[in-house]
Design a binder for this molecule. Structure first.
Ligand SMILES: NC(=O)c1ccc[n+]([C@@H]2O[C@H](COP(=O)([O-])OP(=O)(O)OC[C@H]3O[C@@H](n4cnc5c(N)ncnc54)[C@H](O)[C@@H]3O)[C@@H](O)[C@H]2O)c1
Length: 445
């Protein structure tokens, strides 16, 4: 099939590349010339495991092209995926300007039947707005070319995006145009060969499903973060509680880790947007409001621990920071808790030596104005002369570190672990003063 993907970011690039991998001819469009240049020169603008190899292979096979030329892109595909950003507006609702601009471009330039597929995360009712935007542009030209609008929310996780797209748990398709649904079934059938995981529903339910999924996951995280606060007070260990409840099949283990707060480009904005949609419809989503408030508080928990140990005034103190990305295996710094934590520590006078395995260039870009923050080339360099180590992102390479080196490099052996990577009992045996999230201060008997 011939496919156009509008917006070549985390979602658009992965979508376009994975669709090309199955033999489709894909053209990815973006307004960002720098991004397209990087791709045309054989690189990729983001870090995503397995993606570069797949992009390279499909470009070489002539199935994957990149362009900034809107007319060329609209002419290329029968299927027009929209994967542009939907950032939060000032009031928390999703800003649809990029989605609607993309839709209007399709309406302006299409000359034959198109299926306009919304892959961006958009509020319930956006399908109607997309349909109206395309129709308006067609009307301006006096054109009666047919088109359909479909909702196809994306559930991939950054850091495992290629794997998620190639082996989806389910594919949600919202639409009422039989021809378009048939095309969507054909497009996705190679991804779900062993059993059908394509769920067809109406557009509004499909749009809602995406927000419901992210809100549920964010709720689990905030729930555990709140219980972690209580665990510390009552002398329980949230890691043991996590195992205790995760083993219940009705609960399961996923998204039950207490930590430094959730971040990224999706959970924070999607929770906000659903709360906003609800209030616009006269419904107060009290649970989700609490999820958001608990997460904002959680981003300060690591700072509180540093202050509890070293005092409110951190002038003259230096801290090693391991991990900047909002989660491992990505360079995405959007809404990363590290940004809040770093800002708060620096504001109190601390100097920071930070290291992340892949997010350093992006972190340098987004925190270029932060004073007293030095980016260093490795875990060991970050520790040099620091008063304590603060772990913010659970990268694999931080999981079994050289504890002797940590002890000998730090001025005093203090580890503040925002991801519960280490065993408190082991740390106590090693003579390291250790604080995790929601873990009993006492070593386990
Ligand atoms: N990142 C994720 O993990 C993820 C997962 C599922 C869903 N989503 C959703 O997918 C959407 C895209 O997210 P993302 O993380 O890929 O965003 P992104 O910011 O990485 O990419 C969006 C791209 O769209 C481009 N763009 C904007 N307007 C355009 C236009 N008119 N024509 C062509 N290109 C245009 C931008 O330049 C940018 O490169 C959002 O709605 C997001 O909520 C994201």
């Amino acid at each position: 099939m011939k496919i156009t993907v509008i917006g070549t970011g985390y979602v658009g690039l992965v979508t376009g590349t994975c669709l090309a991998e199955m033999g489709n001819h894909v053209m990815c469009l973006d307004v960002d010339e720098k991004k397209i240049r990087i791709l045309e020169e054989g690189g990729i603008p983001i870090h995503e495991p397995g993606l570069l190899e797949m992009v390279t292979r499909n470009r070489a096979a002539g199935r994957l092209q990149f362009t900034t030329d809107v007319i060329k892109a609209v002419n290329h595909g029968t299927l027009q995926f929209i994967g542009v950003g939907t950032p939060p507006d000032e009031d928390g609702s999703a800003d649809l300007q990029y989605v609607l601009a993309a839709a209007r471009n399709v309406g302006k330039h299409m000359t034959d039947y198109k299926v306009v597929i919304n892959k961006s995360t958009v509020p319930v009712g956006t399908g109607d707005k997309v349909r109206a935007a395309v129709a308006e542009e067609l009307k301006k030209r006096g054109s009666d070319v047919e088109f359909a609008v479909v909702s196809n929310p994306e559930f991939l996780k950054e850091g495992a995006a290629v794997e998620d797209f190639m082996r989806p748990d389910r594919i949600v398709v919202g639409g009422d145009d039989e021809r378009a649904i048939l095309l969507m079934r054909a497009l996705y059938s190679p991804f779900i060969r062993n059993h059908d995981r394509l769920l067809v529903m109406d557009i509004k339910s499909a749009e809602f499903t995406k927000y419901a999924a992210n809100s549920m996951l964010a709720t689990r995280i905030s729930f555990m973060n709140e219980l972690a606060l209580l665990s510390e007070k009552v002398g329980a260990d949230i890691e043991l509680v996590r195992k205790g409840i995760g083993s219940d099949p009705r609960i399961g283990y996923h998204f039950l880790y207490a930590g430094a707060g959730y971040g990224g480009s999706c959970f924070p904005k999607d929770v906000k947007a659903l709360v906003k949609t609800a209030s616009q419809n006269g419904v107060e989503l009290q649970v989700l409001q609490a999820v958001e408030a608990a997460n904002e508080r959680q981003k300060h928990v690591l700072v509180d621990k540093v202050v509890a140990r070293f005092g409110e005034d951190l002038t003259g103190r230096t801290f090693a920071i391991w991990g900047l990305a909002f989660k491992p295996n990505t360079d995405d710094m959007r809404e990363a808790p590290s940004r809040v934590i770093i800002g708060e520590l620096v504001r109190r006078g601390a100097k920071l030596r930070a290291y992340d395995p892949v997010a350093m260039p992006e972190a340098q870009r987004v925190m270029s104005d932060v004073k007293n923050l030095t980016f260093v080339d490795g875990q060991a360099q970050a520790l040099e002369g620091a008063d304590a180590l603060v772990v913010i992102t659970e990268w694999k390479e931080f999981k079994s570190p050289d504890f002797d080196l940590i002890k000998s490099s730090l001025k005093q052996p203090v580890v503040i672990d925002g991801r519960n990577l280490y065993d408190p009992q082991l740390m106590s045996t090693l003579g390291i003063e250790y604080t995790g999230i929601g873990r009993s201060a006492k070593p386990k008997s």
